[in-house]
Design a protein. Sequence first.
Length: 202
Amino acid sequence: MEPTLYDSPFSGNSYKCRLMLHKSGLAYRRVAIDIDKGESRTPEFLALNPNGRVPLLVLPDGTALAESNAILAWLARDTAYLPDEPIAFAQTLQWLFFEQYSHEPNIATVRYWLTHNVEITPYRELALAHKREQGHAALQVMETHLQTNAFFVANRPTIADIALYAYTHVAEEGGFSLEPYPQVRGWLARVAADAPHIPIEA
Ligand SMILES: N[C@@H](CCC(=O)N[C@@H](CS)C(=O)NCC(=O)O)C(=O)O
């Protein structure tokens, strides 16, 4: 039996999992969830993931794994994409947590608001300015790291790169110009050149 990935085509968090699944060659079944129609909030889906979000990987024994970066870690276990040397392992986690705390809530959220006609309420208007500032701060952290590193950890592609690639390569859709970040742009090209690769979907 194959695992089932519940995902959304345009979601970067879902794309991370599809990209790692593609690299691993693991066969899987895919169920697309339309989050704009609330399909991740139905009683059936909430029974699988009470957090009401995709991606979700359901393993053949029924175990449901949520959180994109946890799914990446599971898929990458025992491969070079998840270093096992203790410091490199911890540095991989460092960048995965950075992605979820400092990067994704700013860059991904703004992209979603702007590309999915989300109403810009007064709250969101205020939040937008803050998220823009924080998103650029995250990109600058990446730029600085990449001035002396080809990849985020261990000088080779790992799930830290996959996690950060997902929303960085589409950051401009949220109005985050990558023009000021030449090292980030060079790294994006290196990650995309790491075969096998697949693009995000619209
Ligand atoms: N921290 C979670 C975030 C998951 C998340 O925010 N998923 C979004 C799509 S990218 C979602 O399912 N939104 C639908 C909803 O909240 O109803 C992860 O990394 O998987």
